[in-house]
Write a protein that binds this ligand. Sequence first.
Ligand SMILES: NC(=O)c1ccc[n+]([C@@H]2O[C@H](COP(=O)([O-])OP(=O)(O)OC[C@H]3O[C@@H](n4cnc5c(N)ncnc54)[C@H](O)[C@@H]3O)[C@@H](O)[C@H]2O)c1
Length: 197
Amino acid sequence: MVDQDVPTVPRVAIVTGGASGIGEAIARQLHGNGHEVVVADVRHSAAAVLAETLRRTGARASAVEVDVSSEASVRRMVAEAIDRHGHVDIIVNNAGIAGRSAPSWELPDGEWEKVIAIDLSSVYYGCRAVIPHMVERRWGRIVNIASIAGKEGNPNAVGPVYCLAPSRRRRRASAARRGWSCPIRGQLTATKARRIS
Ligand SMILES: NC(=O)c1ccc[n+]([C@@H]2O[C@H](COP(=O)([O-])OP(=O)(O)OC[C@H]3O[C@@H](n4cnc5c(N)ncnc54)[C@H](O)[C@@H]3O)[C@@H](O)[C@H]2O)c1
């Protein structure tokens, strides 16, 4: 979180890829802190199981099916979250895949497009979908999950496309890879909106 602050009043948070792994841990932590959580994942049944578990222990929680590589799907996710919870305060753009691990010339056709769509375009879609709502409410937090692979590269562990795509989230990434996090901050400043990310 850019401001390093943890919301002290209950908020509504969407966590993409929230059904398992790091997203699940984030969802559980936010919910444990008293916030309403929307577990958004392409695996709806797994998201529903987690949402049900969370609901039993405290604040509201719901599950939404989303494919973050589709802008239409991401927009539906945000609309459903607002419909069910009244508003959205926080989005954690976490969903991602490592992709195949192989030299680029051995990757199957379409692998580049798939990883870029899920790991990179998804962040753009998530930000586009929530920012007007957050600006209108004059409060919001956007968390984009990065990977060290985007900064250092990691040819032996993950596919080369993955090493490029997560770098969108690193503030110190090279200019070509700076991605969305830095420009979006500048755009929001230009609108004179209260800082929301
Ligand atoms: N695991 C690591 O060591 C590590 C390290 C650095 C960064 N990351 C990043 O953290 C994030 C989460 O990683 P993880 O290890 O928890 O992964 P994971 O595979 O355990 O979980 C990813 C979740 O995203 C969901 N998902 C996959 N494709 C989706 C799509 N198209 N739409 C919606 N949901 C989708 C999956 O169903 C799953 O629940 C990723 O962005 C990854 O790049 C992971």
